[in-house]
Design a protein around this ligand. Sequence first.
Ligand code: UD1
Ligand code: UDP
Length: 381
Amino acid sequence: MSIRVMTIFGTRPEAIKMAPLVRELERRAEFESLCCVTAQHRQMLDSVLDIFHIAPDYDLNIMEPRQTLSTITSKCLLGMEDVLDRARPDLVLVHGDTSTTFAGALAAFYYQIPVGHVEAGLRTWDRYSPFPEEMNRRLVGDIAQLHFCPTASNRSNLAREGITEGVFVTGNTVIDALRTTVRKDYRFTTESLNDLDFAGRKIILVTCHRRENYGEPMTHIMTALRRLADDFAEVELVYPVHLSPVVQEAAKTYLGGHPRIHLIAPLDVVEMHNLMARCCFVMTDSGGLQEEAPALGKPVLVLRRETERPEAVSAGTARLAGTEEEAVYRLAAQLLQDEGAYAAMAHAVNPYGDGRACARIADAIAWQWGQRETAPEEFMA
Ligand code: UD1
Ligand code: UDP
């Protein structure tokens, strides 16, 4: 009998990281794959579904403008009731740390359906940062029976909370996705990106959207970015701006109208990965970009006070820049001026995966259900 596995996701990064897993489940005879999207994000989710040709079986379509944490969680939870009632999967898979992740896991728990947590064990140990993600992933850690950790250090984090059963170190599925998107001869469909002079100019790829950066930290970060564009004539900033109205307003206010700051619409993931592969370096508060950029040999300045992804910092390809204007400016200026400092950070490392995370996750599930004799080999960086 095939194992009925329901993947639940709702935002852009979850979709990018779950898409290769959905594909893997669909491909294998041991599984019946069911896909439920909450659509906590609408346009940014649909873009990923299109690229990976995924047609969800269920779509809760919950997104509303300026949604609050409570509305997302309650709409997901209520919507999932009907879906789980009808579908009755053997296992639910959720990803990461969003409100969809938490509500999806909780909904499955109410139906006493086992939960597998993909991208398990990331921690900052600060309950308010990132907010609300740190609490979401801790709570899902308690609910889940299967924990798919990207790295060995993620497993150690779970052990510190007493979670030692059903834990697998698999690598991060985002590296699986990256293997399918980046091409040397890629031509952008966004024409303005083809006009960028990647050889002659220093193209900095920027993203910034986190809730805990709303307000003062975001103002500091964006002021530093504008100063960089003012002071370094060879620099062009490319910033695909998240659709959150809070972020849109801040970006227009602090970065708008500058000839070398390109505020553009969110890019589809293929465009984004190929832009990252060609840029000079990345400045971001995003989780996913911290994992992708090192794999592509691009230095990352992390626009946050802490990170749950210390592996790239240890490997020397990422640095925690914080959210103070002067510190952000100084670290970026150093990368622009000091070739040695740049070279020290610009080497490709893969602390987050080897492109086989989805196969390991599928193998681990099959093993748990008695359809495979051995557990998968662990990912080792
Ligand atoms: C959410 C996640 C965050 C993740 C981020 C990825 C939570 C609490 N936060 O934050 O962990 O890092 O997604 O991007 O789960 N919007 C659109 N169209 C879209 C997407 C968003 O218009 O396709 C607008 C809507 O007005 C929405 C707002 O953006 O209300 C914020 O979206 P929301 O999912 O609440 O928060 P994010 O900041 O995206
Ligand atoms: N991304 C994208 N288009 C964009 C910006 C980001 O496809 O315009 C991708 C990025 O490459 C990464 C993921 O979206 O795979 C990260 O999502 P986001 O920064 O929204 O969320 P986080 O990772 O911080 O949760």
